[in-house]
Every structure is written in C-alpha cells, then in structure tokens.
Design a protein around this ligand. Structure first.
Ligand SMILES: Cc1ncc(COP(=O)(O)O)c(C=O)c1O
Length: 392
C-alpha cells in the first residue's frame, strides 16, 4: 500500500504495510517478544537486537507516521518511546549548549519542569514565552534558536495557537517548530499541514486510549532529522516496549471513532457547563463564543475531548468531589473513561527555574475534564446532581 495518502485516515489506520509478513497470514500483527534475533551470518542482519528494532514497534511507528501524513512512512517511520517525557527528552537532544529553545509558557507541567531545570542545567538557554504574543516570540527567536516548542490546545488552559504563523516565525531564523499534539492526535490536527517540523504525542493518552499503557512517539517529515533522532533513540535506549507498542497500534485502529465520540460528548458537556449558574467560566474551543473558536475551526477537524472550567464561589468544592460518581478524580487523560482533576494541585506543580523565575501556567482553581465515551446524558446528569447538591 505505497499510495497510502489516497486512502482516508481511518483506512490508513488499519492498512499500514507491515515490514514482516508471516507465512501464517496473520490478519492482526502478532506481539513480537524477543530481545535478540538469530542471524544467518555475522554482522549483516537488520534485526539483531531488540533495542534497535522490533517488528511490533515498527508497525506502530509506520502507522502513526502514515496518519500524520507521511506518504513515505516506510522510509520515515515514527520513533516510539517509553513515555511522553522520554520523547520530550529525546527531541531536546537536538539542542546544543550554545543554542536556545523558545517554549510556550503553557505547556504540560512535566515539560516545563524538564526545560526549566534539566535542560538549563545542561547549559541550554530556555526562554518561556506567551505564544499569543507574536512580537515577543519574534524578539526571542534568533540565529541560535534551534527549537520553538508549542502545545495546542495547551494543557490545561485550552489555548489554541496559530501553528502556521508560529512556524513562519520559527523558520525565518532556521529554527524547527515542535508541536506536542497529545490533545489532538492526527484525527483532529495534522501539524505538518501547518508547517510544524517535529510532532510528538504522549501515547499514554488518546493513542493508547484505555489508560493501560505508558508511551510516547515522535514523528518527523525530514529524513535527516529522523536519522539523527533514530541514532539517539537506539543508543540512549528509552524505547517503547513491544507490549506497549502492540497496545498503541491496537489503539490506532479505533482512534478515529473514539475521537469523534470524545469530541461530541465534550462539546455537549461544555454547552451544559457554559449555561450553568454554578460555573464561572468554561474553556472549550468548540464553544462559538470561545476566544479560540476561529483559529480552532481553521486547525482542528474536531474540537477534542478536553475542557476546563471554574466553579462559581457558591459551590462547596469538598462536597462537589464527593458527589461526583462517573467522573474519576485522577490525573492523565484520553482514556475511554471520564477523568477530572485540578491541574494546579495534581499535574502542574510550580517550577522555579535556575534564574529564580517561577513558572506555573495552571490557575489555582481551574478544573480539567477528559471527557470519556460514556452516554453523555449520564455524564451531564451526574454533573448536574453534584453541582446542585454542593450549593453552599
Ligand atoms: C500534553 C502532554 N505532553 C506530555 C505528557 C507526558 O507524557 P507521559 O506521562 O506519557 O510521560 C503529558 C502527560 O500528561 C501531557 O499531557
């Protein structure tokens, strides 16, 4: 299936060309559990050690590359890693000590922490920037900028950044634009279409889709960058295990229909919250009066399964958490079940950079929901009862 681009995205999720076709004709590719491979002669086999390559991992890496829009996915597969953070760390290897990275202020807390502490300790210059402020961004990008890094929608503020405009600014000085597309997946936004150079996902989230695997993946559309990252991947060794690769590949088969359902449910829940007397503010890019609605409509095929909101002051929070039945109070997102959390307390701890700068992009009282695929009437009823029972 070399002409993969001619097929629709749901078809491509199911029909990636496998590198290894077994004589048994397995319809579903098996889970290859081996750390080493027997070779016919010394030094000539491509498969010789599991850290370097594994057919289960390769199938997932090919499929995600195809979904992100690489027609030549056999030549330029993704790079599957042990976690989203392992992907962040691998991409950061592209920056040398005399270079700098400009990163959005409102990025996942772990990513903020990585750049504010570990990257700086290695001597990299790290500049955090409000990515709505394009003048500020332009002033921070210079000939030493290797990477510009964004997350859109951002976690947990639900800001949507204009990928095309930011990529123009990054490219004007020869920098590469990285997009953490965990909230979107290729079924919502395909960042290469907007000038992004490096895409990463925490596959722990929508791609795995069932809250039972941890992983990350990087996809690029440039062979040279892929080669460099592949060298780092196999040498530093933070690869995705065969079993996690199997789960992620399996997750891709149903990702399209799940994203549709997550998005439809989130939209309805956001409509409910935005008209509730108990809610101060609802952030969901699908809401017509959302400040991000226009740019979201340009960049996103669906508005996604994530939303955030603030309770009105008359709601007793302690009671609210107790009254919810279907919303599990837990970190992470993108699974089939609905999860709710307070990012300020649970995922986005304050980070103090080496220069004393305090970075925290999660407002103290913001609540985030990863809307699952339950019946939406049940989710709305449960929220409504919890809110009404929690009036002070
Ligand atoms: C947007 C985003 N990027 C990266 C990560 C890190 O991924 P992982 O937990 O798989 O290391 C997360 C985790 O929540 C995330 O939400």
């Amino acid at each position: 299936m070399g002409k993969s681009k001619k097929y629709g995205i749901n078809t491509r999720a199911l029909h990636t060309k496998k590198r290894i076709e077994l004589p048994t004709g397995d319809v579903m590719s098996p889970l290859h559990l081996t750390s080493t491979y027997e070779n016919p002669v010394p030094g000539e086999s491509e498969y010789f050690y599991g850290r370097v390559n594994n057919p289960t991992r390769e199938l997932f890496e090919r499929t995600i590359s195809s979904l992100e829009g690489n027609e030549n996915y056999e030549e330029i597969p993704g790079l599957a890693m042990a976690s989203g953070m392992a992907s962040v760390a691998l991409i950061a290897e592209l920056i040398k000590p005399d270079e700098n990275v400009v990163i959005t202020k409102d990025v996942y807390g772990g990513t903020t922490n990585f750049f504010a502490t570990i990257a700086r300790k290695r001597g990299l210059e790290v500049n955090f920037c409000d990515m709505y402020d394009l003048e500020k961004l332009e002033s921070l990008i210079n000939s030493k900028t290797k990477l510009v890094w964004i997350e859109s929608p951002s976690n947990p503020n639900m800001n949507i950044y204009d990928l095309s405009k930011i990529s123009e600014l990054a490219h004007s000085e020869g920098a590469l634009l990285v997009a953490d597309s965990t909230f979107c997946t290729p079924f919502i936004t395909r960042p290469f279409e907007h000038g992004v150079d490096i895409i990463m996902h925490s596959t722990t989230k929508y791609i795995g889709g069932h809250s039972d695997t941890l992983g990350g993946v990087i996809v690029v559309n440039n062979l040279e960058i892929r080669e460099t990252l592949y060298e780092y991947q196999k040498t530093s060794g933070g690869i995705m295990s065969p079993f996690d690769s199997y789960l992620c590949q399996r997750g891709l088969y149903t990702l399209g229909p799940r994203i549709e359902l997550h998005s439809r449910n989130a939209h309805q829940l956001a409509e409910y919250l935005s008209t509730s007397e108990h809610i101060k503010e609802t952030r969901y890019p699908g809401l017509k009066d959302s400040e991000n609605h226009d740019i979201a409509s340009k960049q996103m095929d669906y508005f996604g399964g994530m939303l955030s909101f603030f309770l009105e002051d008359h709601i007793n929070e302690e009671s609210f958490w107790k009254e919810l039945n279907l919303y599990k109070l837990a970190v992470s997102l993108g699974g089939v079940e609905t999860l709710i959390e307070v990012p300020y307390l649970m995922t986005h701890e304050k980070v103090t950079g080496l220069d004393g700068e305090v970075i925290n992009n999660a407002p103290e009282k913001l609540i985030r929901i990863s809307v699952g695929i339950e019946n939406i009437e049940d989710l709305i009823d449960d929220m409504d009862s919890a809110l009404n029972a929690s009036k002070k």
